[in-house]
Ligand binder design. Structure first.
Ligand SMILES: Cc1ncc(COP(=O)(O)O)c(C=O)c1O
Length: 391
């Protein structure tokens, strides 16, 4: 495969990350490395706290900037975005609203084992309210296919179809457009967990009209844990009254009215307590960095690196899990190394050699970003294959 020069914005992104001078960093499916603007944002928070003690106006403005940056990433507007502390928390709030909604056509969710557990568990918890949750099983490569979701939609139509855009375990990428169209024709809402795709796979809720979409920022958005966002389509917002709620979900939180449980008009009805201010600083800076770099550009580069990883992995005798076709994967290329112990051991040994990958179960995940270079993939996979041979 011919070597390809990185275009400028990708170089500029790389320049912002000091760790890349010493490490081949391929664990972006778990946590992206610290970028200078993110550090500066965090220090900005510390400055206001240290110099002013409290500065709620500025802190809340930063939360709103983070909300707007997330909205910009998915083609939404800020009032369509709720701010929470984790995807699990936001999905639990959403589930609490769905089970209250008497207008829904059934009390059934179609989900799958490809779902991140925190999301799957929030759906499973609706069984306590009498809901049925169907979890589609994966094939021998760990993939739950689009065809399986279509087939499940044809049976008793669910109220909700839950889709992991990119599977955390093996990188499998679902074709959202056709699934959203099918689900909507049958009257089902669509929830998308975009945690593993956002920042590396373009998403636009105008052209792909999902009903709900959630993600946090610590992976490809270059932020930290402790903040997450939920897009709620304006088509459905008004119906939903989460019982997992808090004072920031009110029409006017600053009315401080303990007697009044009203719901904010937009997605903010899913906001809970005092927002995650510190994390909003890092999230905003990380998302702006990705917006400046351009998600389309990152996708093209990552696709190129995934092709390289798949071809090289095969040449080196590594066992690929998940879809073979790089176009059917997000940023992750997954290698099956036989056992969870082996995967974690390999992760630790590679780490000692300044190669950062991420183990999940018996899989070692190579997850590049827009800042990754071809030689880093080559170095990491060659070292991984050498180690894997030494049983
Ligand atoms: C696809 C996906 N969803 C959700 C999560 C985690 O969500 P939470 O914010 O609840 O920890 C992860 C994190 O690893 C993930 O990969």
């Amino acid at each position: 495969m011919p070597d390809r020069e990185l275009s400028d914005p990708l170089d500029a992104l790389r320049e912002q990350i000091p760790l890349l001078q010493t490490h081949a960093y391929l664990a972006n499916c778990s946590q992206a490395p610290l970028a200078r603007p993110v550090r500066a944002a965090l220090e900005g928070f510390l400055t206001t706290w240290s110099e002013d003690g409290m500065d709620w106006e500025i802190w809340m403005a930063e939360v709103e900037r983070a909300r707007s940056a997330f909205a910009a990433l998915i083609g939404a507007s800020p009032e369509q975005i709720a701010v929470g502390t984790s995807v699990s928390q936001l999905v639990s709030s959403l589930a609490s609203a769905l089970v209250q909604d008497s207008q829904l056509l059934s009390r059934r969710i179609v989900s799958s084992v490809a779902e991140f557990p925190g999301v799957a568990h929030a759906w499973l918890a609706t069984r306590a309210a009498g809901w049925q949750v169907e979890q589609l099983e994966a094939d021998e490569r760990g993939v739950v296919s689009a065809e399986q979701f279509h087939a499940a939609l044809q049976q008793t139509p669910p109220s909700l179809l839950s889709l992991p855009h990119v599977c955390y375990a093996n990188g499998a990428l679902l074709p959202l457009d056709e699934l959203v169209e099918d689900a909507h024709e049958r009257g089902a809402y669509v929830f998308v967990d975009a945690y593993q795709s956002i920042g590396t796979v373009p998403i636009n809720v105008q052209s792909t009209p999902v009903d709900f979409l959630a993600a946090g920022t610590l992976k490809y958005l270059c932020g930290t844990a402790g903040i997450a966002f939920l897009y709620v389509s304006p088509r459905v917002q008004a119906e939903l009254k989460p019982t997992i709620t808090g004072w920031f979900g009110r029409q006017n939180p600053f009315a401080f009215d303990a007697r009044l449980l009203d719901y904010a008009p937009g997605a903010a009805r899913f906001d809970l307590g005092t927002p995650p201010v510190i994390n909003a600083y890092t999230a905003r800076a990380g998302m702006e960095l990705i917006l400046q770099t351009g998600v389309e550009r990152i996708r093209a580069h990552v696709l190129h690196l995934s092709t390289l990883a798949q071809e090289l992995g095969q040449q080196l005798g590594l066992t690929l899990a998940g879809p073979v076709d790089p176009a059917k994967r997000g940023a992750t290329t997954a290698f099956d190394v036989g056992s969870p112990e082996r995967a974690h051991q390999l992760e630790a040994i590679l780490r000692q050699q300044n190669i950062v990958v991420s183990a999940r179960g018996q899989i070692v995940r190579s997850a590049p970003h827009g800042f990754t270079r071809e030689e880093e993939i080559r170095h990491a996979l060659t070292t991984l294959a050498d180690l894997a041979k030494k049983a």
